[in-house]
Design a binder for this molecule. Sequence first.
Ligand SMILES: Nc1ncnc2c1ncn2[C@@H]1O[C@H](COP(=O)(O)OP(=O)(O)O)[C@@H](O)[C@H]1O
Ligand SMILES: [Mg+2]
Length: 231
Amino acid sequence: MSLILAEKLSYTFPNGSKPAVSDISFTAEAGERIALIGHNASGKSTLLMLIAGLLLPSKGKLTIADMELSRKTQTAIRKKTGILFSQVEYQFIMPDCLNDTMLSIREGTPEERKDRAMRLLEKVMIADEAEQNPLALSSGQMKRAALASVLAKDPSLLLLDEPLANLDKPSSDSVIEILQSLSIAIIFATHARLALESLANRVMVLEGGNIIYDGSPKTRQATQFCRHILL
Ligand SMILES: Nc1ncnc2c1ncn2[C@@H]1O[C@H](COP(=O)(O)OP(=O)(O)O)[C@@H](O)[C@H]1O
Ligand SMILES: [Mg+2]
């Protein structure tokens, strides 16, 4: 069974006049790294929130890890997925990086949870800032601290909304390097050529809530879309 199966999936916001995601069908497997690209308002963030189980389909079906998304399975699907929003400031719950990361680790003694949190902070190169308030960090550090907290859930699927937004080149490079080292499936919305070129093995182009291209990022058609859409 596929990790994700979307069948004629649509979502309309309660106050929306037309679907933000419209009649989308695709499958995705474990280990895939998919870039979602498209102009503003094309439906990228809405699709990520559906896959994360944060929104429920208005029409059609979405199956994640063999569970059809519904009010009943929503909590289980949220546990399987980790989402990093474009503005990570809103993701932190605890006042320091270590406790924020530990909060998402459900198993083990307090010592084991602390060890695992420290290993994750080392992986994202925030170990020296473990005791600091994440909101006091630079934007690059803050992004990496939020990534540690999301990875602490041990998700099967990582969803990233504009992971390189507001980052300079060195910070972008380090986020990319961390993401490249992960073996879980990653779906990320981006406007950054760097993210697409260094991470994606598949690209989906969204326009008006529809998928207008789904395939290799290397084809002539994909290259043309990238030229029109990416920074
Ligand atoms: N909370 C919301 N309430 C109503 N409409 C929304 C909301 N969020 C997004 N939309 C609308 O849904 C459509 C898709 O938006 P979004 O998924 O944010 O696109 P993208 O991430 O590609 O910029 C847009 O028309 C947008 O205005
Ligand atoms: Mg968006």
